[in-house]
Design a protein around this ligand. Structure first.
Ligand code: NAD
Length: 477
């Protein structure tokens, strides 16, 4: 089915693009054309920023009571939830995410994110009154930061957008959201939901663009804050621009997390957790634990179990509910992942997968490498595909040293029959998040990275703070 669009969503209107440039969207499973959408050039970005600026400066969104914003967000949540199945289908067709996963994490979870921040919004608004050493008291006020440029990648296009939209709306900010060129159709469904919900004009604006126009958005004088999710390489560039401008920025970047199996880990529990903790979304998830650290005493057992597991997974069309592993999001990304598989064949021992199987679709077989050294490229560089490296270790201290020997620090997991012991090990892992006997981000707790995995946090009440200014009013008498 061809689904094309010919306008941007700016100021609650469907606005004709400034140029005739467009993105062609491809079904990752079949390589068939899905449709075309307009590509924003600088003039379109300017129009979207102007609409967000006007909504922030003139139409009073930031001054509405938190309860009013929460009511708008609840209507938006309901309209997004009603579109869950369409959203899931659009995402899976475009980026290859298995439909069983997109139904849950893109179709439903995104609405849950809006609901969570709508609830928190209800409690905002009152300044903290704090004791003062020399005067009477200090009032600590929080106000909306302004216009937010939200830049999202293709791997979880809906949830990663709403992770920014919801706390920013709760705080009273307005947004220009820039989807990635390969995953745009879902953003039109969100825009339709915003229109139906009566989100005031200019609060949410969507303009799909490539890097050039994206860079224009990052440095735009009308923007007050940048919220970025994507690769570490792009994050460094964006951080450089924001640093020079002294513009607040949050960065959710890449990862190369470690899954540490302790001596007493139950292999069945681990294998059950692998799809969520290590190979989520065909391996295209930032926090995946793609370095499997196994004790030498159990190394062959772990390698054998993972190889059998990888071979048991159903690789197929992302829209088939029976599919465990769908295609990579694009031909270019499939080629990148396969180039790492070739590097892996030189560096280590291939024990499962290793091919790009189908004649049609951007597929890569679930692939397991054994005898990987942590200094190998496949252990240090983010592959972003269904490729796991099993690394042997001798003693718990060595496991922790290897886990921390990475430029990244986003996710990770520790597996043990003794969860108290696993928690103690998790405590020593240098990372923004770690799972114990599984891994699943939790909406109420901060998510983000250390080292080259990013700056700042999403989720939890903390995320609202990254869309607010703080002001202290010292009341002396
Ligand atoms: P990418 O960095 O190539 O692109 C991400 C987005 O940024 C896209 O919309 C792109 O058009 C835009 N962009 C790129 N360079 C830009 C620039 N200089 N100025 C403005 N916009 C720019 O990343 P990708 O390939 O789309 O996504 C995969 C990456 O995202 C992986 O590295 C993954 O680990 C990371 N990621 C991180 C998280 C997290 O929460 N930490 C979540 C998902 C994905």
């Amino acid at each position: 089915m061809i689904t094309s669009r010919d306008a941007f969503f700016i100021g609650n209107e469907w606005v004709k693009p400034a140029s005739d440039r467009c993105f062609t969207l491809i079904n990752a499973s079949t390589e068939e054309e899905i449709g075309t959408v307009p590509e924003a050039v600088e003039a379109d970005i300017d129009a979207a920023v102007a609409a967000a600026r006007k909504a922030f400066d003139e139409s009073g969104w930031a001054q509405t009571s938190p309860a009013e914003r929460a009511a708008v967000m609840e209507r938006f949540m309901a309209a997004v939830a009603a579109r869950g199945p369409q959203i899931a289908e659009a995402v899976s067709a475009q980026n290859g995410m298995p439909i069983a996963l997109s139904s849950m994490l893109e179709g439903q979870f995104g609405a849950g994110v809006i609901q969570y921040y709508a609830e928190l919004a209800k409690g905002l608004g009152q300044p903290d009154v704090r004791p003062s050493q020399m005067g009477k008291e200090t009032l600590v006020e929080r106000s909306a930061l302004g216009v937010v440029a939200a830049i999202v990648p293709w791997n979880f296009p809906v949830t990663l957008a709403l992770n920014k939209v919801a706390p920013a709306m709760a705080a009273g900010c307005t947004l220009v959201i820039k989807p990635s060129p390969g995953t745009v159709l879902d953003s039109y469904l969100l825009a339709e939901a915003a229109l139906e919900a009566g989100v005031p004009a200019g609060v949410l604006n969507w303009v799909a663009a490539d890097r050039g126009a994206g860079a224009h958005l990052v440095s735009h004088p009308g923007v007050d804050k940048v919220a970025f999710t994507g690769s570490t390489a792009a994050g460094r560039k964006i951080a450089g621009v924001c640093g020079e401008m002294l513009r607040p920025v949050t960065l959710e970047l890449g990862g190369k997390s470690a899954a540490i199996l302790l001596e007493d880990a139950d292999i069945g529990t681990f294998l059950q957790g692998v799809p969520m903790a290590c190979m989520l979304n065909n391996g295209q998830a930032c926090y995946n634990g793609t370095r499997i650290l196994a004790p030498k005493s159990r190394y062959d057992e772990v390698v054998g179990a993972l190889a059998d597991f990888a071979q048991s997974l159903t690789v197929g069309d992302a829209l088939d509910p029976a599919t465990h592993v769908g295609p990579m999001a694009s031909a270019a990304h499939r080629d990148k992942v396969m180039s790492y598989v070739e590097i892996g064949k030189q560096e280590a021992r291939l024990v499962a997968g290793g091919n790009s199987p189908a004649n049609r679709g951007f597929f890569v077989e679930p692939t397991i490498f054994a005898d990987v050294d942590n200094s190998d490229r496949i252990a240090q560089e983010e592959i972003f595909g269904p490729v796991l490296s099993v690394i042997p270790y001798d003693g718990e201290d060595e496991a922790i040293r290897i886990a921390n020997d990475s430029e990244y620090g986003l996710g990770g997991s520790v597996w043990s029959a003794d969860s108290e012991h696993a928690k103690a090990v998790a405590h020593r892992v240098e990372s923004g998040t770690v799972g114990v006997n599984g891994y699943m981000p939790s909406l109420g707790s901060p998510f983000g990275g250390v080292k080259a995995s990013g700056l700042g946090r999403e989720f939890g009440p903390e995320a609202i703070g990254s869309y607010q200014n703080l002001k202290s009013i010292y009341v002396m008498s």
